[in-house]
Design a binder for this molecule. Structure first.
Ligand SMILES: NC(=O)c1ccc[n+]([C@@H]2O[C@H](COP(=O)([O-])OP(=O)(O)OC[C@H]3O[C@@H](n4cnc5c(N)ncnc54)[C@H](OP(=O)(O)O)[C@@H]3O)[C@@H](O)[C@H]2O)c1
Length: 338
């Protein structure tokens, strides 16, 4: 187990998570072939290393089925009573359209069946189009399902601060908002983090290691061409680095993180993850896992054994000061999805 006290976060009174969540977009097919049996077997290794919290979505290929299979195997090998050791957070990402009780019901039932759960631990809702106010209908039905015990906690993903405020003012209790948050994409710092802190909403960060670009593997490397970036994730975050400041500035950031990493005997990725974990309102960082293909468990566990200091932050700031302001270029959190 990574040192239990520092690796865990009390997300709600009855829900504790590992502060590094295992991201399952990486099993969707857009990041290389994943062998199902091997993937499910590897989920035991993550779990046993203390990484007990999974982030998935209805549209991440077989991710919900993998959780269902993992839970089935887990119950058979270790007993049903221990299933509560696993936290699996899914998302519902509906196409715009009517949000009737029947439609919402059906979507959540499908996820529950696939995951093999009576009640979803945390349901993260995404909405594509703010002009279409039916997201409020969907949330009302989701809250009803929560009262009926089909969902334990309600959450959002990629909502901006304005709409998070609207939802909060309607009285819907939102536990967390999942947003892109890294040393390159610091849009949550503009207004989201303060709002969340003031309203008891946690942030779950993704994109923190930029698909793997934030690592020794890319330190000192010439700018990769698109064809060299072999996962959807690497391509996505290269597209963030370009407007942020470009490859040369990114190399400066990697070099500074390498110095910080060497000082604390950790990796570049560790330094980048630790920085985000220490920001206000951040409960956890989601790191994508290509189950059965590549694994960084030992390295990622080191995040829980050190803290960055003022000298590190000052060094990082000298690089970040040269970058462009992504919130001016792109808007608030999640605006790129709209
Ligand atoms: N809500 C949303 O809209 C949204 C959007 C994107 C992602 N997400 C969530 O966030 C998760 C993470 O996805 P992401 O796209 O943001 O990817 P990411 O976590 O930034 O990158 C994942 C990749 O980083 C590399 N990596 C992980 N730990 C490392 C370490 N210690 N050292 C070096 N490399 C390391 C691995 O690459 P290799 O496999 O190549 O070794 C891994 O596949 C997703 O699975 C999903 O759950 C949510």
């Amino acid at each position: 187990m990574p040192s239990p006290e520092t690796s865990r976060f009390q997300l709600t009174s009855n829900l504790t998570i590992c502060r590094i969540l295992n991201g399952m977009w990486q099993v969707s097919g857009a990041h290389g072939y994943i062998e199902p049996k091997r993937a499910v077997e590897e989920m035991f290794i993550y779990h046993d290393a203390g990484f007990t919290t999974w982030d998935l979505a209805d549209h991440y290929g077989p991710a919900e089925d993998f959780v269902g299979e993992f839970r089935k195997e887990f119950a058979a090998r270790r007993g049903r009573e221990r299933l509560s050791e696993i936290q699996a957070f899914t998302k519902w990402v509906p196409r715009p359209g009517p949000m009737t009780r029947r439609i919402v019901d059906e979507a959540i039932r499908t996820s529950r069946m696939r995951m093999g759960v009576e009640s979803v631990d945390l349901l993260q809702f995404h909405w594509w189009e703010y002009d279409d106010a039916r997201y409020l209908d969907a949330l009302k039905h989701l809250a009803d399902l929560q009262h009926e015990g089909r969902i334990k906690h309600l959450a959002l993903t990629n909502f901006d601060t304005e709409h998070l405020r609207i939802i909060s003012e309607q009285g819907t209790r939102i536990v967390s908002n999942q947003v892109q948050y890294s040393l390159v994409d610091r849009r949550p710092e503009v207004q989201m983090a303060a709002f969340c802190r003031d309203h008891g909403i946690a942030l779950l960060a993704y994109g923190t290691v930029l698909g793997g670009l934030l690592s020794e593997k890319f330190l000192g490397r010439p700018e990769p061409r698109r064809g060299e970036l072999n996962t959807a994730s690497l391509q996505k975050y290269k597209n963030m680095i370009d407007p942020w400041g470009g490859w040369a500035l990114f190399q400066e950031l990697l070099a500074v993180l390498k110095q910080i990493g060497d000082k604390h005997r950790v990796s570049i990725a560790n330094a980048g993850v630790r920085y985000i974990l220490e920001r206000p309102a951040v409960a956890g960082v989601i790191l994508g896992t290509r189950l059965g293909v590549a694994q960084h468990l030992d390295d990622n566990a080191r995040v829980f054994g050190f803290a960055t200091d003022g000298e590190d932050d000052a060094k990082i700031e000298t690089v970040l000061a040269k970058s462009r302001n992504l919130s001016q270029l792109m808007g608030d959190c999640g605006d790129e999805y709209r």
